[in-house]
Write a protein that binds this ligand. Structure first.
Ligand code: HAM
Length: 440
């Protein structure tokens, strides 16, 4: 494999012919989030490594095995070198940015969304990449179960708009630090009985954070974890009430769900509600969306205590699921007009007319390759231009040309003078409505 001509393992290119699929999802996600009152936030691709260790947790797979970290080579200030990490997820960066920019001192709840690339050094397979993309939404300020329902409703609504009504929702509660302490004791007792079979990382987790053994990727640890105690049996009254209230909300909002007491999520910051949307249509990596509540994180990162929650969807997995489901993508905009030209003067006129139409919002191209008429028309056909116009000496002299509808072959006269834009607009409008009239 050439290191020059091949992309790094686990990354993807999106070529122009495929980009409309991404644009469909990104636009739909932004529009849906905005309907729920979420506003876009942007934050750096890399952060101080300490941010992820503190928030995602230093006993998680993400921090222990998957982060791309670098130490800046020559620290400008002569002090200790700076340690940076490419973001493995968005919650930590969004929370850091919200605190640093004072968003959490403004009217609550604060609701933000983001469209970001993330980086995890995982073993690549279908739906699992080393650079992948997330649409995420975070809500700061509400401890109430109605907020959990609201965030789940946003994810559900977006999936619905993308034609993925059948992706299933699974929910669980992983409690608060109080009930978690009891659960940890039970887990420790269980795993201690099978200590000899655990992988070295999980042996360390057994001491520091036994819950993390539950999402170890080693098949042996996964097998042992199958029969481990479940957190739902250890919830305190407050967490249990919160979970009941959420279930009621979801029922009332007609959002179907199943309870999966095994969902613990692979990141340390979660408290109470956790949830995942899972599809069976794209193979083993079927979790298209994951999220939950993280009431302790803002304080942990140095902010004033503030409850928070959110989710992120993997865009590659969403697009794969849409393809499998036969969902519709919004096609790329088609060229409205291709202006073919013969000779230098005609080419100049083509440039002027093209710019005049573009300033009205039309998509127009003309020949910049100095090709003959035949290859120009071939190109117009290839890009699927709706209309073509041929300019030569004759057209320049008379100030008029023939506008050809490439679908029907019909030709109409068009003035190249002051009326050009109006006459072209009329033709485009007539073309738009012709399909409707014919019942197409
Ligand atoms: P996560 O479950 O680690 O949660 O990732 C969210 C989603 O990103 C997954 O459900 C999956 O669709 C996608 N994803 C994760 N890893 C990969 C990968 N290697 N390749 C392709 N897609 C992937 C989080 O990241 C949390 N920050 C979500 C959250 C937001 N919780 C609260 N707010």
């Amino acid at each position: 494999m050439s290191v020059i001509t091949n992309r790094p393992k686990g990354t993807q290119d999106v070529v122009p012919a495929e980009v409309y699929k991404w644009q469909t999802v990104e636009r739909c996600a932004a529009e849906t989030a905005e309907c729920f009152g979420f506003k876009e936030i942007r934050f750096p691709t890399f952060e101080n490594t300490a941010l992820f260790k503190r928030s995602v947790g230093d006993t998680t797979d993400v921090v222990q095995k998957e982060m791309y970290s670098v130490t800046a080579k020559s620290p400008a200030n002569g002090k200790d070198p700076d340690d940076f990490t490419l973001r493995p997820e968005g919650t930590a960066g969004a929370a850091r940015a919200a605190i640093e920019n004072g968003l959490l001192n403004e009217a609550l709840p604060q609701k933000v969304y983001y469209m970001i690339s993330c980086f995890r050094h995982e073993k690549p397979q279908a739906g699992r990449l080393r650079e992948f993309h997330q649409f995420g939404a975070e809500m700061y300020g509400s401890a109430d179960a109605s907020a959990d329902a609201e965030v789940i409703a946003l994810a559900k609504s977006l999936l619905g708009r993308l034609g993925l009504e059948n992706v299933e929702l699974f929910i669980n509660s992983i409690g608060c630090p109080t009930c978690r302490a009891e659960y940890h004791k039970a887990l420790k007792k269980y795993f201690e009985g099978r200590k000899d079979e655990l992988c070295p990382t999980c042996l360390d987790r057994l001491e520091r954070n036994p819950m993390r053994i539950l999402d170890c990727k080693s098949p042996i640890c996964q097998g042992i974890a199958k029969d481990a105690p479940v957190i739902l049996d250890f919830l305190c009254d407050e967490c249990s009430d919160h979970f009941e209230k959420l279930k009621k909300y979801l029922d009332d909002m007609d959002i179907k769900f199943s309870i999966d007491p095994k969902i613990v999520r692979g990141l340390d910051y979660y408290t109470k509600t956790v949830f995942e949307f899972i599809t069976t249509d794209i193979g083993a990596q079927g979790t298209v969306c994951g999220g939950g509540r993280y009431d302790g994180l803002i304080e942990q990162l140095g902010g004033n205590p503030l409850p928070a929650l959110g989710f992120a969807m993997g865009l590659e997995r969403i697009i794969m699921t849409m393809e499998a489901a036969g969902s519709e993508f919004v096609p790329a905009k088609k060229c409205d007009l291709y202006i073919a030209s013969m000779g230098e003067a005609a080419q100049k006129k083509a440039a002027v007319l093209a710019n005049a139409l573009r300033s009205e919002g039309y998509f127009v191209e003309f020949d910049t390759m100095n090709r003959g008429l035949k290859p120009q028309m071939k190109y117009a056909n290839k890009i699927g231009a709706t209309f073509t116009l041929v300019l030569g000496d004759n057209e320049l002299e008379t100030g008029a040309a023939k506008l050809k509808n490439m679908d029907s072959g019909e030709q109409t006269n068009i003035s190249l003078g002051d009326k050009f834009i109006d006459e072209f607009s009329n033709s485009i409008v007539a073309e738009m409505f012709s399909g409707d009239i014919l019942g197409e």
